[in-house]
Write a protein that binds this ligand. Structure first.
Ligand code: MLT
Length: 265
């Protein structure tokens, strides 16, 4: 991992391989480690860049509120700092997808293609936003333990709990280790994230939309609607996977990504 300071924040960044760049943007409240099944495998063919976003993993924490726009601006600045001049393939999962929309809106010149995994274009309902703010307060006062206990149940397909318990344990560990201020700041930012459904028809780059069949957070039908609204989007459902589809079925996901990127050349 490299340390790269942009926008006044030290970021811990995985940066390996050479060739076209894939920028992996992790979900909440996770770190670059969720892409472990992708990083070294894909670094054989591509330059693979995967930061810990501000407030997560080994990166610096900025208390308060972290907007999705801020995270997109950090990603753009990281590419500049790493001297990556050519447009990249940005692959984001869930919160990483919220960041991807902002990147596509505000840093389009840096974008060659988009991969959206298990994410949403719609904003939070008032009730969902309220729940986030309560969680932020709870975590600040009591730590991340309750989130680490409760959240994995929503993230995976049934079979993943049975066949890959190490993935579930790894996520629990990542959440426990996440800074309470970092987690709360991102929750506040997500609570007021923009409705980007009207932006989807304006996305001009080739796009791959991927969802796990058993994703209960961003369900298949919702993601299909997202793909249908983006002019150059392909849509793929990964079986025996939930919200963490790339982590649960890395071989299938990596093959999809390879085929998608090969088709861009
Ligand atoms: C994620 O996986 O990043 C979260 O489910 C995003 C969210 O809380 O909306």
């Amino acid at each position: 991992m490299k340390n790269v300071t942009v926008n006044g924040v030290r970021h811990s960044v995985y940066d390996q391989g050479s060739g076209p760049t894939i920028l992996f943007v992790h979900g909440f409240p996770l770190s670059h480690a969720m892409w472990e099944g992708q990083l070294s495998a894909l670094a054989k063919r591509y330059r693979v860049v995967a930061p810990d976003l501000r407030g997560f993993g080994a990166s610096d924490v900025v208390p308060g509120k972290t907007t999705m726009r801020q995270l997109a601006d950090d990603c753009a600045a990281l590419l500049d700092a790493l001297k990556i001049a050519e447009p990249v393939v940005l692959c984001g999962l869930s919160m990483g997808g919220y960041v991807a929309w902002q990147f596509a809106k505000h840093h389009a010149a840096k974008l060659k293609a988009l991969v959206l995994c298990d994410t949403k274009a719609a904003p939070d309902s008032a009730e969902a936003a309220e729940t986030r703010l309560k969680m932020a307060e709870h975590v600040l006062n009591h730590g991340t333990g309750a989130v680490a206990e409760a959240m994995p149940a929503k993230l995976f397909a049934k079979a993943t709990f049975e066949r890959q318990p190490e993935i579930v344990a790894g996520i629990r560990h990542t959440i426990e280790a996440t800074s309470r201020e970092g987690l709360a700041a991102a929750q506040r930012g997500m609570a007021e994230r923009e409705d980007v459904r009207g932006f989807l028809p304006h996305i001009a780059v080739p796009t791959l939309v991927v969802v796990g069949r058993e994703d209960s957070i961003s369900p298949v039908d919702e993601m299909r609607s997202v793909a249908e609204a983006i002019p150059k989007a392909k849509f793929h459902v990964i079986e025996t996977a939930g919200h963490m589809a790339p982590q649960e079925q890395p071989a299938e996901f990596n093959q999809l990504l390879n085929e998608f990127i090969s088709g861009l050349q």
